[in-house]
Design a protein around this ligand. Structure first.
Ligand code: NDP
Ligand code: MG
Length: 398
């Protein structure tokens, strides 16, 4: 345990991605348990207005804008008036992630800009809650070796939180395989013919989780579940065959662990990102969320244990991601870059929904370079995946 934790004092938290969907869930938990958590730093990409609101609400001492828009000195003055020092850019983010005034860093940003900050946070001994799956998928081999103690890196993604909660008290070597659940997204029951005409508006209607746009589109293609399988390989040190996924429309069960003795543990809770956020922030304690209005246990007569296998024909992105995870090397970072570019192109109306998987698959097929051997190589491969996907999109008239 780091810093002030365990000494009866508040955990000093930095929230990266504080203006986003998961960041909001994390801040909600911090606000409900002010005797446990003190938000000392908040960071986002460029939404200065929202960030200022969060910094003021929590009286944060530091705020970081990764890519400030115009008028930076005015913005710094505004933050200063609220008692927060404004940092900027990658250096600013790395500083927030490793500063001595912080015990626990939450990575709830989208994209991969925070990879070096994640590495810095772990290397400087911080406790880390990780929602940002892209970083650990693209750069796992250069991030995971910095995890020094059990419980230092805590999954915040709901499925991985469930797996973590099922395995953390089990002896090493006892897991046979893990299964992540997927709601199936908005197109779970759509035919390929219907999906051909799917609009961004259709794809952004997630049936269970309110989330940022990128992950919502990834849920509609099932790329999110494929990426999450690679995330599980990284976080729990499992081979590709040790991770799978099940469609579970009610999203009550979030993850299942099959043990060597053929027993299965699963974790069930109301689908609400504040639950895994609380589990990660408070470990090894459990916060009394069940007593709070708006949370509450799922009544046992409503429990649903319906599971089915994902359909790889209708959702090719799932298999593309699993294959990239199995191949390893350059493929996970290329996948992350290509997916980001393809999802952007779909959201801007440049390519159809079914074009997303074609673009990503073509990008991976065309790559014939070396495996990454450093973190810098992996970061370059993310950009390369993005630019290769963009040129395939332009060449196809998108
Ligand atoms: P949102 O789009 O809602 O929010 C993204 C957040 O990240 C914003 O605060 C954004 O700032 C910030 N951000 C983006 N780039 C940077 C950067 N370079 N430096 C600092 N902050 C940055 O996304 P979500 O909350 O939905 O998702 C965030 C991450 O969590 C993703 O990796 C996603 O896969 C993962 N996740 C999300 C879940 C969910 O329920 N939403 C569930 C499980 C995992 P700004 O507002 O300025 O753009
Ligand atoms: Mg998830």
């Amino acid at each position: 345990m780091s810093g002030m934790e365990g000494r009866g004092s508040r955990t000093r938290v930095a929230v990266i991605g504080a203006t986003g969907s998961v960041g909001g869930s994390v801040l909600d938990i911090c606000a409900r348990f002010p005797d446990r958590f003190q938000v000392v730093a908040v960071a986002c990409r460029s939404n200065a207005r929202e960030l200022l609101g969060a910094a003021s609400r929590f009286r944060a001492k530091y705020a970081c804008l990764y890519a400030p828009r115009d008028g930076q000195s005015d913005t710094a003055r505004e933050f200063g008036l609220r008692g927060a020092e404004l940092l900027t850019g990658r250096d600013g983010l790395e500083c927030v992630a490793s500063m001595p005034e912080v015990d626990h860093v939450v990575f709830a940003s989208s994209g991969t800009d925070a990879i070096t900050s994640l590495q810095r946070a772990l290397a400087s001994g911080k406790d880390v809650s990780l929602a940002n799956k892209e970083s650990v998928v693209a750069a796992g081999p250069w991030v995971m070796p910095f995890v020094r103690r059990p419980g230092q890196l805590r999954p915040l993604d709901s499925e991985h939180s469930a797996i973590w909660q099922c395995v953390r008290d089990e002896p090493p070597g006892s897991v046979s395989r893990v299964l992540l659940t997927a709601s199936g997204g908005p197109f779970r029951d759509w035919t390929l013919g219907m999906m051909r005409d799917a609009t961004p508006e259709d794809a952004l209607k997630h049936p269970v989780w309110p989330m940022g746009a990128k992950i919502t589109i990834d849920s509609a293609t099932l790329m999110n579940k494929g990426i999450e399988c690679i995330e599980a390989m990284r976080l729990f040190d499992l081979p590709a065959d040790g991770v799978g996924a099940l469609i579970h429309p009610s999203s009550q069960v979030h993850g299942l662990v099959v043990f060597k003795d053929a027993t299965v543990k699963l974790l069930l809770y109301r689908p609400d990102m504040r639950v895994p956020a609380a589990a990660a922030l408070a470990w090894p304690d459990r916060l009394p969320l069940g007593e709070m209005s708006g949370f509450g246990e799922l009544p046992s007569d409503e429990w649903s244990l319906n599971f089915s296998k994902p359909d790889e024909n209708r959702f090719p992105c799932f298999k593309i991601a699993l294959d990239a995870g199995r191949a390893g090397g350059a493929y996970p970072p290329l996948l992350i870059g290509a997916d980001e570019a393809a999802v952007n192109a779909f959201l801007r109306g440049y390519i159809p929904f079914l074009g997303i998987s074609n673009i990503i698959e073509s990008t991976l097929e065309r790559y014939s370079g070396p495996r990454p051997s450093t973190l810098e190589d992996a970061i370059e491969l993310i950009s390369l995946g993005g630019s290769m996907a963009e040129s395939i999109i332009s060449a196809s008239g998108g």
